[in-house]
Design a protein around this ligand. Structure first.
Ligand code: UD1
Length: 417
């Protein structure tokens, strides 16, 4: 079994370069199926989630070549067959094969996706979208068969601005006959990145990044070259680490506009930030002001940074309240932070944090990806040594986390026990 061993209390100084966005890459890799020729995607992080998707592509018969940060996908040899449960359950984003296989072949058979256990995470909005485009959906136990004689453009209103449903409907609609309009679409930067990719392939998508996306169906999509945007959640995680332990820690290769919900909260807490065009320098202050946050869809405070951010609030002088509005079960890191010495009480979908408290190293468990990230941050500032179990969750989403942190002064290593 692999664990992370972290010796806390070391200042973070130097530069961390941010990788390509996991949540973009995991949509772009399945989307490559829609092209008729080779697709090159640059800046794809080497994390286990992107590996798992390449594995599904290869299972379907595609040729996938990795050359450092790029992936070249040849979708021509693909055979549209059932994606077995052991592959689809490796991660949440396997659901993007639904939209892309349906869009290309009008038929898909696969099992319910896996991913972090942070709530019930249904995919009803994805399926309603496919049905609106003319598909039928059959569900038997955990298996989904989605099929259509013809996909026809439609007006689709999403009851919730779901990231996954917005992207999946785009993937299914790019080659439909006629015009599709998605209203109350999600506005996350990853959606814009996927729409740009599809447009590079010859799709006609406008409005991505707003709540109304219009897709004019085309008959053919060609190969293309595309670059993944920087990972705003990875960046946010290291910025929070820098707010706690940073001595002029530079976070490089970011798009600052994607991080405004976080950086404005940090300024409110009196964390010193210098924000450049594509970088940010963060310094830890002597004292932190308590703040309240509520997770929201973009451009609101991202739920994916809620858990890492909570560690920071343990240092605030007074009471902070964090409200999670996107997922029902995203406080699984709290018992571990309390075990380390935090004072956090959960009341419904709110966590009430009283600080400042001193954290101490101990044995903790990463229950999901961002819970794991929060424990890494807690361990970096705790006194003594922390051992984190279940680190496979962390490795799903953070490229070279050990190297990146050690390079700026942390003492962290993966150990086999
Ligand atoms: C994506 C991200 C995830 C992030 C989340 C919200 C990927 C691979 N994952 O997840 O990191 O936390 O956006 O920013 O990009 N919902 C339904 N029915 C549906 C779809 C969603 O009820 O059909 C609910 C979910 O249960 C959840 C909320 O809507 O409570 C948000 O889900 P969604 O935006 O779809 O998130 P994901 O695409 O799963």
């Amino acid at each position: 079994m692999k664990v992370l061993e972290i010796q806390g209390g070391h200042e973070l100084k130097g530069t961390i370069r941010i990788s390509g966005a996991k949540n973009s890459s995991v949509a772009l890799i399945p989307a490559a199926i829609l092209a008729e020729d080779d697709v090159t995607i640059c800046n794809v992080p080497e994390v286990t989630d992107t590996d798992a998707l390449s594995e599904i592509l290869e299972f379907l018969g595609a040729e996938v070549r990795r050359a450092s940060e790029s992936i070249v996908i040849n979708p021509r040899p693909i055979e549209n067959k059932e994606i077995p449960a052991d592959l689809s359950k490796k991660l949440r984003a396997s659901y993007y094969f639904m939209g892309s296989l349906l869009g290309k072949y009008k038929h898909v058979e696969m099992y319910f996706p896996g991913g972090c256990s942070i709530g019930s995470r249904p995919i009803d909005l994805h399926l309603k979208g496919f049905e609106a485009l003319g598909a039928t959906v059959e569900i038997e136990n955990d298996k989904y068969v989605v099929t259509a004689n013809e996909l026809k453009g439609a007006n689709i209103y999403l009851d919730f601005a779901s990231v996954g449903a917005t992207i999946n409907i785009m993937l299914a609609a790019v080659k439909a006959n006629g015009v599709t309009v998605i209203d109350n679409a999600a506005k996350e930067p990853e959606i814009v990145n996927v729409a740009t990719f599809l447009n590079n392939m010859g799709a006609k998508i406008t409005g991505a990044g707003t709540s109304r996306i219009k897709i004019i169906g085309v008959t053919k999509l060609k190969g293309c070259f595309h670059e993944v945007i920087p990972d705003r959640i990875e960046a946010g995680t290291y910025i929070i680490a820098g707010a706690l332990m940073g001595n002029y820690l530079k976070i490089d290769n970011i798009i600052p506009e994607h991080l405004e919900a976080l950086t404005s909260k940090l300024s409110e807490m009196k964390v010193e930030l210098e924000i450049g065009d594509d970088y940010l320098i963060v310094n830890r202050p002597d004292k932190y002001k308590p703040v309240n946050i509520q997770t929201q869809v973009f451009p609101g405070f991202p739920t994916d940074l809620q858990q890492p951010f909570m560690v920071l609030t343990t240092k605030c002088s007074g009471k902070s309240v964090i409200e999670e509005t996107i997922y029902e079960n995203r406080f699984m890191h709290v018992p571990y932070l309390n075990k380390m010495g935090a004072n956090i009480v959960i009341s419904g979908n709110k966590a009430i944090i009283k600080g400042p408290t001193e954290l101490m190293g101990t044995e903790v468990e990463a229950t999901d990806l961002r819970a794991g990230a929060s424990l890494v941050i807690a361990a970096l500032m705790a006194s003594g040594t922390t051992i984190i179990y279940n680190i496979e969750h962390i490795l799903r989403g953070y490229e070279n986390i050990v190297e990146k942190l050690n390079d700026v002064g942390a003492k962290i290593e993966i150990k086999e026990i």
